[in-house]
Design a protein around this ligand. Structure first.
Ligand code: H79
Length: 687
């Protein structure tokens, strides 16, 4: 603590607190109406700027010859705290101009800015009474956040804070990093750390005007409990009742996919990181955060920049799924944005100048999927305005909008409402005649006004447990549309009125491309779908030597972000184990396992294998990859299917753990066996 409050003040404060004691509000019980009102500006905004800035901009990604570091550099390069603290002396961003930053965000069409008040390294960009490890202890000595929040207020941009719960600097934060030997954990008290963090959040919510979002992060360590999360959520809401808080305040986030698990967790929106969900999630607020290259903090070597086209299409993709896009900039140590970021922001801004109407205040697409691009929508006085974001311009200059039954009112190119385009009905589709060439090389928006609420039919859904079969397979075909019949083909051609009608069963005995489509009143009434079902021969059992129960494990140590090739590494130890358990580990993180043996398959058939792990894992049968569950994540289950003959088959499971929780579970499912953990009694190895 930098400036101690005189104890007399503390006593006075205590008295005041007792004096006006009232029941604390539990903001988790908020009504839907209240939440809708609070979220309204954020839902309309759709597009914001993330800024990762701190001491890590000084080394700019480089440490002792390694050049792949970012904002995590203190941990990834294992820099002792005293050495890291010295970056303060070099943090003097004389070219920092808050007005310029805000202008660049605003010109790009962004409506809010989320900046790192504090990242995991603990360094604060603001003048905090609660710590010396802040910008006031650098030669710069200017409250960066004060200048930025003032500039934001002037330009009508919402100022928001990213604040890390995990803190590698504060003596009371726990746990320590495994490699830190210079910072004993003795005497540390997490509750004291939380009190410190709350005091900082009070500064951040009281000294900088209205704050739009508090964006927490670093919540995944085992010390951060659900009770802490709920308490922190309520604490911040109490300071600014209208503030919006992300789901990383609590521990209910599911991996990098970022959505909140079931179970009454605190947090207003999900936070997919570096990924975009496959579909929209009606009724759920979420925001994808993403880097323009491969690092959040400035890395001078990272030139893997996403193209402007990619970024603009990602914005449309996210918006069409009902999410927000928080796009990152990692400023340099001199206070300027990287040139590549500036250029991309400018080009995005040029696109937004013409097309932002198709982004702001829109809601998710009414279509399941569109071959040529995306759709966003808005209510109008007489019906609905569809914004058709065309990524792939039609070669025949006819834009086909499938499965739509509304009467069209008008269509035009974005920005040219005075020049109507021809719209014709063609069976279930509306065909819009468009110019031969795309208007915009990134994303051309075509506006289609229709009467009433969208009346869209979805293609049918073809389903079966597996896409492979041995003798025959009977997939189901269903439709959520009413008053429809389904017709199908077995060669992937688009079904027509002449195609056979699907009643309740179709039996496939050979490899088949099964296509299906909905019809209404004898006319096509949806797009079609096509699924491949492959006939396979079960893999014969392998010859084994004399067997004994149990499998062989090999234990490795190392720091990986994805599964390494263990065969290239030397195991720390190997031995026998009864099943895929981690009990032979030596360290709690930065380790890996490879398990090898035989599995006894009781019957010919399609067998499914799943791993559920934190972090990544893979499962191979007879050398074939069946379950690919690689990557850094929390508990996440993935699996696959394979046709096997009765008898013994080789099984191999590999697993790695970087940090945080560690767990591995291996399941199977097959003829007569519903999904269960693979039992010890079917696992063997050679004597
Ligand atoms: O600030 C940027 C990064 O520094 C920070 N988040 C963005 C916005 C970040 N910290 N860590 N990571 C990103 C990756 C960490 C992933 C993991 Fe996990 C932590 C894997 C296992 C523990 C995430 C949380 C997935 C499961 C739990």
């Amino acid at each position: 603590m930098k400036k101690m409050y005189p104890s007399i003040l503390a006593v006075a404060l205590f008295a005041v607190l007792i004096g006006c004691h009232h029941e604390p509000v539990n903001y988790l019980n908020e009504t839907k109406e209240a939440k809708d009102a609070r979220m309204a500006w954020w839902r309309d905004a759709r597009f914001g700027m993330f800024i990762h800035w701190g001491l890590y901009a000084v080394p700019a990604g480089e440490w002792k010859g390694e050049t792949n570091h970012g904002e995590w550099i203190r941990t990834t390069a294992e820099i002792p705290i005293d050495e890291y603290d010295k970056f303060r002396e070099q943090f003097n961003p004389v070219n920092y101009d808050a007005k310029k930053w805000v202008k660049m965000a605003k010109d790009a069409g962004m409506k809010y800015i989320v900046i790192t008040s504090k990242h995991h390294d603990g360094f604060c960009l603001f003048d905090s009474r609660e710590t010396n490890f802040d910008v006031m202890s650098t030669p710069f000595k200017r409250d960066i956040l004060k200048e930025l929040s003032d500039a934001c207020r002037q330009e009508g941009i919402k100022m928001c804070w990213y604040h890390s719960i995990m803190d590698w600097h504060h003596p009371d934060y726990l746990p320590r990093r495994g490699w830190e030997t210079d910072r004993p954990a003795e005497g540390a008290d997490l509750n004291r750390y939380i009190a410190h963090m709350k005091a900082q959040l009070k500064e951040l919510t009281q000294n900088y005007g209205n704050i739009g979002v508090l964006w927490f992060d670093g919540e995944w360590e085992e010390t951060w409990t659900h009770d802490y999360g709920v308490d922190l959520y309520n604490y911040v809401r109490n300071l600014q009742p209208d503030i919006i808080i992300n789901n990383r305040v609590d521990n209910g986030r599911s991996g990098m996919a970022g959505m909140t698990r079931e179970g009454g967790y605190a947090g207003d929106f999900g936070t997919p990181e570096q990924e975009i969900p496959a579909t929209g999630m009606p009724g759920t607020d979420w925001e994808t955060c993403m880097t323009m290259n491969d690092h959040w903090g400035y890395n001078k070597y990272d030139d893997n920049w996403k193209s402007t086209k990619d970024l603009i299409q990602k914005l449309a993709d996210i918006t069409s799924k009902g999410g927000n896009f928080l796009l990152n900039v990692g400023p340099k140590a001199d206070g300027t944005f990287p040139e590549e970021s500036i250029n991309r922001l400018k080009e995005i801004g040029e696109w937004m100048d013409k097309n932002s109407e198709a982004i702001y205040e829109t809601s998710a697409s009414p279509f399941a999927k569109l071959d040529w691009g995306r759709c966003t929508q808005k209510q109008t006085d007489t019906g609905t305005r569809l914004y058709l974001h065309v990524f792939d311009w039609p070669a025949d200059a006819v834009l086909k909008v499938p499965g739509i039954f509304n009467e069209p009112e008008s269509a035009y190119l974005m920005g040219e409402p005075g020049k109507p385009l021809l719209v014709q009905r063609n069976e279930d589709a509306l065909w819009i005649t468009v110019p031969a060439a795309a208007l915009d090389s990134f994303n051309s928006v075509v506006v289609l006004n229709i009467k009433g609420q969208p009346d869209i039919s979805f293609p049918p859904v073809i389903q079966s447990d597996y896409r492979i079969f041995i003798d025959f397979i009977e997939p189901s075909i269903t439709s959520s549309n009413s008053n429809f019949e389904i017709r199908f083909t077995t060669d992937c051609r688009m079904p027509s009125v002449e195609s056979p009608v699907f009643t309740n069963k179709v039996t496939l005995t050979e490899t088949t491309r099964l296509a299906a489509r909905c019809f209404r009143n004898g006319k096509p009434a949806s797009d079609s779908v096509c699924t491949l079902f492959t006939k396979v021969k079960p893999i014969p059992a392998v010859q084994t030597g004399e067997l004994r129960p149990g499998i062989i494990y090999s234990y490795y140590e190392g720091d990986w972000d994805s599964l390494p090739d263990f065969s290239m590494l030397t195991a720390v130890k190997t031995g026998m184990t009864s099943n895929f358990n981690l009990s032979e580990k030596i360290k709690g993180d930065h380790y890996g396992f490879s398990f090898e043996g035989f599995i006894q398959i009781p019957e010919d058939g399609i067998w499914e294998f799943m791993t559920d792990s934190d972090d990544g894992s893979r499962l191979y049968i007879d050398g074939q990859l069946v379950a690919d569950n690689d990557g850094l994540h929390g508990m996440e289950q993935k699996g696959g299917a394979i046709a096997l003959s009765k008898g013994f088959h080789k099984i191999k499971v590999i697993f790695f753990e970087k940090g945080g929780q560690d767990e591995l579970k291996v399941y199977w499912k097959g003829p007569g066996i519903s999904e269960e953990l693979i039992a010890e009694k079917v696992l063997y190895s050679n004597k």
